[in-house]
Design a protein around this ligand. Structure first.
Ligand code: ADP
Ligand code: TRP
Length: 321
């Protein structure tokens, strides 16, 4: 089955991104056909600094390769390297009622929060529909916030197909209920926009500092401690095998250790877990030309995969002659 996903290069990746989206996708590379791209056009709706966008795009590519994205198994590219997506975006615009976009939650939400709204923010779902429909994937794995965008892509595809015949394949979203929402250091959902993240690739000292700030209940050292609702435990368990989890639970129940000890343990666990990935990251960080080559071949693969749809679309709408 073909799965497609886009990731905006809009900041440092955190462990919520890792367990919620990156790891599940990387684990599926052997069983499914993965199409994954860095959505740099989409990131322009929030990043308005050219140098910064370039840097974040390369950083996202480097991080993904380090974390196990395998360009031999999957198709991995940067959105702007397949310009056909902009062509399809324009074509689809003629099949997108403005009312559909006015009802988009993410747009309404940003407008309500007083963001200076732009046309790119308004038409964001149309570009996302083009990202999807260009490659005819069966499944779009998404977080809950992106369901509506996939539904919009379906609506647009239906309208287009009603006029021109069965050219665009209707995608289905998949929300993985097993994928836990990773809590941030304050116990809310971990998110860049809440400033409560533990990043995947950071300095060790900095990471320890952040982990020390995790909010925990106030209980005397000798007392037994609750683990099920504890933010430190709930982050730690993502990294632990069953046996290690039970051992940690026992330390909570036994008493005699404070949350500071558990935080120290968590810092070590996270640091160790990402050690092999850090090593790979170091390699790619010092071989950026290799990363660019990988992205270029990925774009070529993606372009080949897009050729059939874009040609059918051009021919159907009459922009070929
Ligand atoms: P952020 O909220 O930090 O801006 P994004 O919206 O860019 O993160 O999310 C990118 C991907 O990571 C999405 O697939 C999203 O579902 C997933 N993700 C983000 N935060 C979490 C979290 N706390 N727990 C699980 N998955 C998450
Ligand atoms: N809007 C998605 C997000 O913010 C990113 C994205 C862009 C995407 N194009 C896509 C996701 C196509 C899936 C399919 O997370």
């Amino acid at each position: 089955m073909r799965l497609l996903t886009g990731i905006q290069p809009s900041g440092d990746l955190h462990i919520g991104n890792y367990f919620g989206s990156i790891k599940p996708m990387i684990d599926e590379q052997d069983t499914n056909e993965i199409f994954a791209f860095i959505a740099n056009y989409h990131a322009m709706t929030s990043v308005n600094d050219g140098e910064k966008l370039k840097q974040l795009t390369m950083q996202a590519a480097t991080d993904f390769l380090a974390l196990g994205m395998d360009p031999n198994k999957s198709t991995f590219w940067v959105q702007s390297d397949v310009k056909e997506v902009l062509e399809l975006y324009w074509v689809l615009s003629s099949f997108t009622p403005t009312g559909l976009l006015e009802r988009a939650h993410s747009y309404k939400d940003k407008t309500a929060r007083g963001f200076a709204t732009t046309h790119s923010l308004f038409s964001y779902p149309v570009l996302m529909a083009a990202d999807i429909l260009l490659f005819s994937p069966e499944i779009i794995p998404v977080g809950k916030d992106q369901i509506q965008h996939v539904e919009i892509a379906r609506d647009i595809a239906i309208k287009f197909n009603n006029t021109y015949g069965d050219i665009l394949k209707l995608p289905t979203y998949r929300v993985d209920e097993n994928v836990a929402t990773v809590p941030g250091i304050d116990g809310q959902k971990m998110s860049k926009s809440y400033g409560n993240t533990v990043n995947i690739f950071g300095e060790e000292k900095q990471q320890q500092k952040v982990i020390k700030k995790i909010v925990t209940e106030n209980v005397a050292i000798e007392e037994p401690k609750e683990f099920e609702e504890c933010n430190v435990y709930n982050i730690a368990k993502l990294f632990l095998e069953e046996k290690e989890r039970i051992a940690l639970q026992e330390r909570y129940i036994k008493g005699g250790e404070g949350h500071g000890h558990f935080k120290l343990y968590l810092s070590e666990v996270i640091w160790e877990y990402y050690a092999p990935y850090r090593q790979k990251r170091e390699y790619y960080a010092t071989h950026q030309d290799e990363v660019r080559d990988i992205l270029q071949s990925g774009a070529q693969k993606a372009r080949n995969a897009a050729a059939e749809v874009i040609e059918k679309v051009r021919s159907a709408v009459g922009i070929a002659y």
